[in-house]
Structure formats: structure tokens, C-alpha cells
Design a protein around this ligand. Structure first.
Ligand code: ADP
Ligand code: ASP
Ligand code: MG
Length: 490
């Protein structure tokens, strides 16, 4: 493609209301006016909470709770109508948008009816649920495109899915009302994305594209999994050979911890791809764990920035060579289980570890962390929801092995070159938890960080004390006034 492009991706909170969408439109308009910047291609999430709502609707449709289903659906419509109202469009544009929203609601209703009609096979329910979940993004592209046009940008909503995926391997979701995700196919996605957007870019029209959703090579609508819009932004970016992907969200960038849990979390101005990948793997929701896969090998940088403070510089995630990050961050991944496999006779045999992980893979689970091993045992963390199926397979196929499972755990990960450069980091981390009387169930360490497994109930306290002792001490507020009053009262 002739024109160089950049991806601007806006998350659910960024498009959470009419007012926020107007901010998004101004950011797009501003990017266009900065002539030296590459041409913007926009990827958007559903309005915050809408995908959850669609999945509730899908579950209610399956279980035949039609009245509640109807109530949820009208609340969803109301959210979008309200947002449209607050876009402050010209009369004619508003009529146009209302009409487009109506057409989209009707199409959504027809997908809901497909679910109500009782798809018998579980796989069929999974695919029809994904089709319902996809409508959140298809609705938000309409709102963002209308707002962008009203801000003077020549923009059009893209209604078709750009990303092409494989047919999902494991089509059965964990339970009703959850959504399956599939993997993008790079070459098919490149061809399809360029077909959809290149003619627009050539005419300087900004495409407003739905994140999260895709189409399988077998022709079904599918998603990239929960929180997958970040992943779709980079898959689309790679397909268009973009120069940069900006992920606009509701925080200033990637911080040293989740700011909802740690009040004095610091902005990390730079991160390497591998640091960012590990942070998101161990729970930093700000980036979907697969976000960097399509672009890291192309050395395309990702910038995470705040929609509500667009002038703040954010975090740049880039190649190791270009980045001396010295980053240090703490994250928590919740709802894990520790599986230990022991066999005093023969575990040292070379093929045994491979067999254990092959069985976990058959249950559709990847080990979250491998904690310890010897010639006679192997222990690893998995998502709690996958533990039962892994245990059943291990017990069935490896009858003579002793298998145990401890649930209700969390992994606290201290990640970044800022830690690995300091030989005292491990000792300080363990001491921080010991001081708070938080037992460490097991641990793992590598050149990129330290993983400490604790009870899930202790994990937020663990995160705060690790952050306090390893990254940013909390300076207690000194209330002189109160102390003086107490002294006077004595
Ligand atoms: P979006 O809807 O824009 O995709 P998300 O809710 O998926 O936003 O991700 C942003 C949220 O990620 C933040 O509001 C924050 O609470 C959470 N978060 C968790 N860990 C971190 C971290 N280390 N740095 C920044 N944000 C984090
Ligand atoms: N709307 C989708 C979700 O809530 C994707 C995303 O927001 O990233 O999972
Ligand atoms: Mg997100």
C-alpha cells in the first residue's frame, strides 16, 4: 500500500458514552490534521459493559428466559440511543444514525431468535453465541463514525469482519454465556483487510473498524476472545504494514501495577515486547496477552495512551534493542490451581514431562507457570476452571502417578529488567511477603522476573506490599493537626 498508516484503537471506556465518543472523534480529527503523521485507521471496542450484556442475552435466550432477555435487550438499545443523543449531531445526521442503529438492532434480534430456537448441539450454541457477542462492536462503529464525521473527518463505519481466523479447535465454551475465541490467519487477514480498507485510504476516508470480531475460513462470525480488541488492532495493523499501533484506554499507559489496586502506581514510559507480553500474561489487563504476536516480529511499536489525557506520552512498547526500559512492575493473575504430578519410580524418564503437558493441552489448557520439577515430580499452575479436566485426563492416562491439586491460588509476578538487574530483588520480594505474614505456596524465577504463588485471598495485599517494598514506598500522611490535638488532650 502506498500511504503509510497508523492504527488508533479505542477501548470500551473510551467509547463509553456520547461525551467520550466525541473526545475520540476529536483525537481522530487531530491526528488527521498533523500532516507528518501516518494516515489513521481506527479500531473500536463495544461500549463498556455491552459485550457482557450481549453474553447475558445469549444465555437467557438459550435457557428460555425470554422476559429477562427482552429487558436486557431494551437496556442495551437504550444505552446506544442515549449515546447517539449525546453526540450532538446535526438533525439530518442524527436521523441517519438512528436509522442505522435500528437496522442493526433488528439484525441482532434475528441472531438472538436463532439462539432461542434451541440450537441442539453445544458447538452450534457456541458459534451462535459468538454471533450475538459480535454486535457490540458493530454498533459502536456506527456511533464513532457519526461522531468523527461531525468533527469534520471523512469517515465510514466498516460492517464486515476484516480478520480471518482458523475454525476454532475447541468449539465448546466453558459454560453458557461465555464466548469462544479463534486465532487470526496472517495471510488471509492481510488480503481481506486490504480489500476492505485500501480503497478508502486511497480516497483519504478514515475506516472505523470493529475490534474483537472476525470471520472463520469456514464462514462463521467469531471473536478473538474476551478483551480481544487490542489483539485485533495489531492483527489489522500488521495486515496494513502500519507504522505504529496506539491503544487508547482509560489509564495513562502501562503502570507499575493496576492503579485500581495500588494508588501510587507509576507510569512505565518504555517496555520491551517481552516485558509487556509477560505483564499481560500475568494479569495486566491493559493489554490483551496476544496483542504483540502479530507485530513484534515486524518491530512495529505499540503506544498505550489515555483517551482522557491524549497529550500525555503514554508507554511505548518496542523491540529489545531499541528499548533500555529498566521497567519494574507487579501484576497478579487470579483463579489459578497448582497441579503436582509425582512418580517415585520413573518420572525421570525423558518423555514424562512431555506427556503431562500434552494431556493438559488435550484439555485445552496451557500451563500458566511451571513452578518446580525434579526427577520425580513436576508442578505447574493452570487456570482453576481447567483443573478438573486436566486432573481427569492425568488420572485416566497416568494411573500409577500420584496427582494432587491445590485451588484458590494467584500468581504475583514481579516483571522487568529493573528487577533482573538487581540481585537483591528476590530476597526483597520474599521478605516483603514474610513481613505481612503472607505464605508463599511456591515460586518460580527467570531472567525476566520472579513469580510468587500465594492464596488468592491474600493476593491484593501481596501486590500492595510487593509494590511498596520493591517499587514505590508509601509515604504515610502526617496529620500534624490531629497529632497536636491529641497531645493537647493528654
Ligand atoms: P479498554 O476497555 O480500554 O480495553 P481495559 O479495562 O481492558 O481497557 O484495560 C485498562 C485497565 O487495565 C485499567 O483501567 C486498569 O485498571 C487495568 N490494569 C491492570 N493492570 C494494569 C497496569 N499494570 N497498568 C495499567 N493498567 C492496568
Ligand atoms: N468488547 C470485547 C470485550 O468486552 C472486546 C474488548 O473490549 O476488547 O471482551
Ligand atoms: Mg482491554
Amino acid at each position: 500500500m502506498e500511504t503509510s498508516v497508523q492504527i488508533l484503537k479505542f477501548g470500551g471506556t473510551s467509547v463509553g458514552s456520547g461525551e467520550s465518543i466525541r473526545r475520540v472523534a476529536n483525537i481522530i480529527a487531530h491526528k488527521l490534521s498533523e500532516n507528518e503523521d501516518a494516515f489513521p485507521v481506527v479500531v473500536v471496542s463495544a461500549i463498556a459493559g455491552v459485550t457482557d450484556q450481549l453474553l447475558r442475552i445469549a444465555r437467557l435466550a438459550c435457557t428460555g428466559e425470554y422476559q429477562n432477555c427482552e429487558l436486557e435487550l431494551s437496556a442495551l438499545k437504550q444505552t446506544h440511543v442515549e449515546a447517539a443523543k449525546n453526540l450532538m449531531l446535526k438533525r439530518e445526521d442524527r436521523h441517519h444514525l438512528d436509522h442505522d442503529l435500528e437496522v442493526t438492532f433488528t439484525a441482532l434480534e434475528s441472531d438472538i431468535i436463532d439462539l432461542q430456537l434451541g440450537a441442539i448441539h453445544k458447538d452450534e450454541i457456541a458459534l451462535r453465541t459468538a454471533a450475538v457477542a459480535a454486535w457490540g462492536e458493530r454498533l459502536s462503529v456506527l456511533l464513532v463514525a457519526a461522531a468523527a464525521c461531525s468533527a469534520g473527518v471523512d469517515a465510514v463505519p466498516i460492517r464486515e469482519e476484516a480478520i480471518i481466523t482458523n475454525h476454532p479447535q475447541n468449539e465448546t465454551p466453558q459454560s453458557l454465556g461465555t464466548v469462544i475465541g479463534a486465532e487470526p490467519l496472517a495471510e488471509e487477514t492481510r488480503v481481506n483487510t486490504q480489500r476492505l480498507v485500501s480503497p478508502l485510504i486511497e480516497r483519504h476516508i478514515v475506516p472505523i473498524m470493529p475490534g474483537f470480531i472476525a470471520r472463520t475460513i469456514t464462514g462463521h462470525v467469531i471473536t478473538l476472545g474476551r478483551n480481544g480488541s487490542d489483539y485485533s488492532a495489531t492483527a489489522i495493523g500488521a495486515a496494513l504494514d502500519c507504522t505504529e499501533v496506539s491503544i487508547y484506554t482509560d489509564v495513562d499507559g502501562v503502570l507499575s501495577a493496576d492503579p485500581r489496586v495500588v494508588a501510587n502506581a507509576r507510569l512505565l514510559p518504555r517496555l520491551t515486547y517481552s516485558e509487556a507480553a509477560r505483564l499481560s500474561w500475568f494479569g495486566a489487563k491493559v493489554l490483551h496477552p496476544r496483542t504483540l504476536i502479530p507485530i513484534a516480529h515486524l518491530n512495529i511499536p505499540v503506544r498505550v495512551r489515555n483517551t482522557f489525557r491524549p497529550h500525555s506520552r503514554g508507554t511505548v512498547v518496542g523491540p529489545e534493542k531499541a528499548q533500555r526500559s529498566a521497567a519494574a512492575a507487579i501484576t497478579v493473575r487470579h483463579q489459578l490451581a497448582l497441579i503436582t504430578v509425582e512418580n517415585t519410580d520413573m518420572f525421570g524418564a525423558p518423555e514424562n514431562a512431555g506427556q503431562v503437558f500434552a494431556l493438559a493441552a488435550r484439555a485445552g489448557a496451557a500451563p500458566v507457570a511451571i513452578c518446580s520439577s525434579s526427577g520425580f515430580h513436576l508442578s505447574f499452575m493452570v487456570e482453576e476452571q481447567a483443573a478438573d479436566s486436566i486432573l481427569a485426563l492425568l488420572q485416566h492416562d497416568m494411573g500409577t502417578w500420584h496427582v494432587t491439586c491445590q485451588r484458590g491460588l494467584a500468581a504475583c509476578a514481579c516483571i522487568g529488567s529493573g528487577f533482573s538487574a538487581d540481585p537483591m530483588s528476590s530476597a526483597r520480594a520474599i521478605t516483603a511477603l514474610a513481613r505481612e505474614r503472607i505464605p508463599v505456596i511456591t515460586q518460580g524465577a527467570s531472567e525476566s522476573g520472579i513469580i510468587l504463588i500465594v492464596e488468592d485471598g491474600d493476593s491484593e495485599r501481596a501486590l500492595r506490599c510487593l509494590h511498596r517494598d520493591l517499587i514505590a514506598p508509601v509515604i504515610p500522611l502526617v496529620r500534624h493537626g490531629t497529632q497536636e490535638k491529641r497531645r493537647e488532650a493528654r
